[in-house]
Design a protein around this ligand. Structure first.
Ligand code: 13P
Ligand code: SF4
Length: 359
């Protein structure tokens, strides 16, 4: 089947061909799917979840091929945790994450040294999983840990208890929202500006947490006025947002949490509950479809176009490339591998997160 061939099929033909390829490869592949993927992709999922759930499930899988339907940092993370003989694929290799590109390794190293100098304390980099292998490797080398939105408080707490200063990156909002939730004094939460100077009027010497200045363009859009509009329209509405949203938005919401937490809270709520949800809108629409006994509305329309780059057509191409590869007849579409130089320390940083969360 040529690439053109897949896109020429009707939806029904394409879907049944994907199911057939999945069945033919059932002992060899697993398809993890992030919550933000379109329903067209979700229907082919072996596991659906947030970044943490998918990373851990991939690390425990024995399947030879993992076809990761999410964005590149997620597939790369799975490749770092994978066994030597496993291959990780992503249907569309340009599915990046703008936030993951907001921290440059050389600048991060400079900021790390500045933090250690000004505080005189051991600094632990806590790296949001939305980042690439070079930063994960730096984090492991400095004995820090990766975190996700589902476990940031637990990871930060673990390092604060040991007397470390936290250098949180690259998402400013997740860091700030977590620090606020943990009741860290505002004077001791310091933003690192783009020129690597520290936010003014803060107690830098005794600071507990320094925050990089990255953000997610999809979640940064949400505003307090979006919440007010929904509250005026619906009487008993509950607002839940992803913690990549701005601080004021999280403060004015009833709950915040990872995509898996949002999924479960909505699923477990009583029929008739009304939810206003501040996260990627393809996911919110799926929640509405899967929870018809509840009213589910987005805080505002905000789509992650990178997540939408995986389609049934390129998923079919990935599956077909595995079949060809097993017949010694072609290259995998598209294999994701972290650079060898980063693997060991990046794995150390990811394993640290899993160790803390599972302990
Ligand atoms: P979760 O870990 O909550 O799924 O978040 C991933 C992400 O990229 C949110 O924008
Ligand atoms: Fe990255 Fe934001 Fe898309 Fe998540 S929603 S993958 S953080 S751009």
């Amino acid at each position: 089947m040529t690439n053109k061939g897949f896109s020429d099929l009707t939806k029904e033909e394409l879907y049944s061909l994907i199911q057939k390829m999945k069945l033919d490869l059932k002992d060899k592949i697993i398809i993890p799917v992030h919550h933000y993927q379109s329903p067209e992709i979700v229907q082919f999922a072996d596991i659906i979840g947030d970044s943490y759930k998918l990373a851990v499930n991939c690390s425990r899988s024995e399947k030879e091929f993992i076809i990761f339907c999410g964005v590149l940092f997620m597939a790369e993370g799975a490749s770092i945790l994978a066994k030597d003989e496993q291959k990780i694929l992503i249907p569309e290799p340009t599915a990046g994450c703008p936030m993951a590109e907001m921290a440059d390794l050389e600048q991060v190293k400079e900021a790390f040294d500045k933090i250690e100098n000004i505080t005189g304390k051991k600094t632990a980099p806590i790296l949001y999983i939305n980042s690439y292998a070079d930063l994960k490797s730096f984090c492991g080398k400095k004995n820090g840990s990766v975190c996700t939105s589902s476990n940031a408080p637990k990871i930060i707490e673990n390092f604060l208890k040991k007397g470390n200063v936290i250098f949180f990156l690259p998402d400013y909002y997740l860091g700030k929202n977590t620090a606020v939730k943990m009741n860290i004094n505002d004077k001791k939460i310091v933003k690192i500006k783009k020129d690597l100077s520290f936010e003014k009027d803060k107690d830098c010497k005794n600071a507990k947490i320094f925050l990089w200045d990255g953000f997610c363009p999809i979640h940064q859009r949400f505003t307090v006025s979006d919440i007010k509009t929904l509250k005026e329209k619906y009487n008993d509405i509950k607002i839940i947002v992803h913690p990549e949203s701005p601080e004021e938005v999280v403060k004015n919401s009833d709950f915040s949490g990872s995509t898996e937490k949002i999924f479960n809270m909505v699923l477990e709520s009583k029929p008739g509950t009304v939810w206003g949800i501040g996260t990627e809108t393809t996911f919110v629409s799926r929640l509405a479809l899967e929870n018809k006994d509840k009213t589910i509305v987005p805080l505002r329309e905000s789509k992650c176009k990178n997540m939408m780059k995986n389609t049934p057509v390129n998923l079919a191409e990935s599956l077909s490339s595995v079949i060809d590869y097993l017949n010694n007849n072609g290259k995998l579409k598209y294999e994701v591998e972290a650079k060898e130089e980063y693997r060991e320390n990046a794995k150390k940083a990811l394993d640290k997160m899993i160790e803390i969360v599972e302990s």
